[in-house]
Design a protein around this ligand. Structure first.
Ligand code: URA
Length: 258
């Protein structure tokens, strides 16, 4: 019997069972007394009469929180002083169902103006890394620990981190990626709650709320040390681990001079 035929037979059996119950005067089948025939063992039958209210309403299913509602709740955020000096709050960009999320530190000048993370020079480097991985910017998600630009690109202060980090955590929970890439010292140390240097943290996965997190060098660090190609290859080694974690093919990249 084909799968389709089996399904039809099951439906016929179910219809017969329901008709029998209707004929015996039953209008509703409470879930705990419903005894479907063995071939329907996994089925759940609730109302028979269309106009009847079910006796046992199913437990409400709580929808996971979406990125839009998190953004809405942030609103024109002034939870910390960074709200006063920013042009745009930079929430994040990309696929809300991304398999991998890249997390940087905080918006810089260009990001503040455009309201999008990693659109300046560091962003060009990040785009190159993503492309080399065989991915594109639209299929991953990119955001920062801090959503507003600190004046003069100074380091974010503890109270700013404290106010902003819960939103990042909620973003990551909403996306539920299979891997996170923490870009640079600040993102890695903040997310992992450690003071270990990035040089020690990178190269292996760490746990962030049950999600594997790979720290790697920040694209700005690669930019400022562009002559040191070894740094780029270290980042590449980290990204190879991420691709393997996702079960994605690892593009063959030639290492000149190695
Ligand atoms: N650096 C970051 O950490 N984030 C950005 O969005 C841009 C530069």
């Amino acid at each position: 019997m084909s799968e389709h035929e089996e399904l039809l037979a099951e439906l016929r059996a179910l219809r017969g069972y329901v008709t029998e119950l209707e004929e015996s005067g039953m209008e509703l089948i409470p879930l705990d007394i419903a005894e479907p025939p063995p071939e329907m063992a996994e089925s759940v039958v609730v109302p028979i009469a269309a106009e009847s209210e079910p006796v046992y309403a199913p437990a409400p299913v709580t929808e996971p929180e979406g990125l839009d509602s998190i953004r809405l709740e942030m609103g024109e955020c002034h939870r910390c002083q960074l709200g006063d000096g920013r042009t745009n709050l930079v929430f994040g960009v990309g696929n809300p169902r991304a398999r991998v999320v890249f997390v940087g530190e905080a918006p810089g000048h260009d990001e503040d103006l455009q309201g999008e993370p990693f659109v300046g020079e560091a962003g060009q480097i990040l785009n190159r890394v993503i492309t080399r991985m065989g991915l594109d910017r639209q299929e991953v998600y990119i955001c920062n620990v801090i959503k507003c630009r600190p004046p003069g690109n100074r380091n974010p202060q503890p109270t700013e981190i404290e106010q902003c980090q819960p939103f990042l955590l909620r973003q990551l929970r909403a996306i539920a990626p299979e891997a996170i890439v923490a870009l640079g010292t600040f993102a890695a140390q903040t997310l992992l709650n450690t003071k270990e240097p990035i040089s020690k943290l990178r190269g292996s996965f760490h746990d962030y709320c049950g999600i594997p997190l790979m720290p790697t060098f920040h694209p700005s660090y690669l930019l400022h040390n562009r002559k040191n190609t070894d740094l780029f290859w270290l980042v590449w080694d980290d990204m190879v681990q991420v691709l393997k974690k996702l079960g994605l093919p690892v593009p063959d990249v030639q290492r000149k001079g190695r």
